[in-house]
Design a protein around this ligand. Sequence first.
Ligand code: KG4
Ligand code: ZN
Length: 333
Amino acid sequence: MYILGIETSCDETAACIVKNGRLMLSHVVASSLKEHTKYGGVIPEIASRRQLELISIVIQKAFADARIKSKNIDAIAVTQSPGLIGSLLVGLSFARSLSYHLRKPLILVDHVKAHLYANFLFSKSIKEFELQPRFQNKNFPAVGLVASGGHTSLYFLRDFYHSHLLGQTRDDAAGEAFDKVARLLKLGYPGGPIIDRLSRQGKNSRIRFPCAELPETYDFSFSGIKTAVLYFVNKQENIRQFSTREIAYAFQKSIIHVLVKKCLRACLKLKAATLLIGGGVAANSALRDELSAMSRRHHIQCFTPLQSLCLDNAGMIACLGYFQFRRSPSKNS
Ligand code: KG4
Ligand code: ZN
């Protein structure tokens, strides 16, 4: 079964053809990120205008790279929500028209949950995939952490078809905290990759930023730590005493501590065989290392998507779309 995936929830315009929910035959992503960098965040108007210009070209390239004719796909999966309203509209309208024109079912997909499905993909053309372990049925039940710029959510997955939300952030998302702290440290946008890189050079245990743990729940809260960094930076003597690298390292360490602790608690309580991660923050090298080490200690398998598939892409949309379609084909429009 061939599914065309379309993703336009933020600054990316992405399309992908996935065979049988697993094999990526093409993977096209066009991003307008550079145009937003000078504003310190994504400008919705710019994002959706670019998407309007790009969507047709990106989808044509996805078909060409996969060597598949549009009439031969079985369904179209598209991000329904959450996301920027104008950007979502571009993808949804295009997908709906294409579905009508080709007479193929349209599958509406949740962007946040889809991030976890990036773990199930592989591709013959992306070499790094060969080093990745393949996710199989026996790896369930699983706990899944999605940490991105807009969301931080923890899921329980019984199998490929059934999952439910355990908890989510009550305020800022983890990636949002990275971006805001990077901005107040004058590091640029997006903050996550810059703080990740700086932290590798800034090991220092003297600074401690408190991060709410909300211990009786699977919820998260990251707005307090951002304020703690702000107060710390505003104290002039701290700026002289500590380097930006040290501050970045201490901030990242606190965020990772909470994410790892919560994942472990969920895995143990729910007897999960596997931990899955996804979303932009899942590209963070220290988070990947710590989750892998924690999982090894507790005999839990840890799956991390390729770095390129942590960020928004259409493969994950096609993959979740495939399982939704198999579960209830009649539910799709
Ligand atoms: O999943 P994503 O591409 O978009 C959303 O759905 O939000 O995630 C983008 C977020 C940004 O906040 C960015 O700063 C963060 O992911 N990010 C990282 C890293 N790479 C991207 N955060 C921490 N470490 C990274 N290496
Ligand atoms: Zn995302």
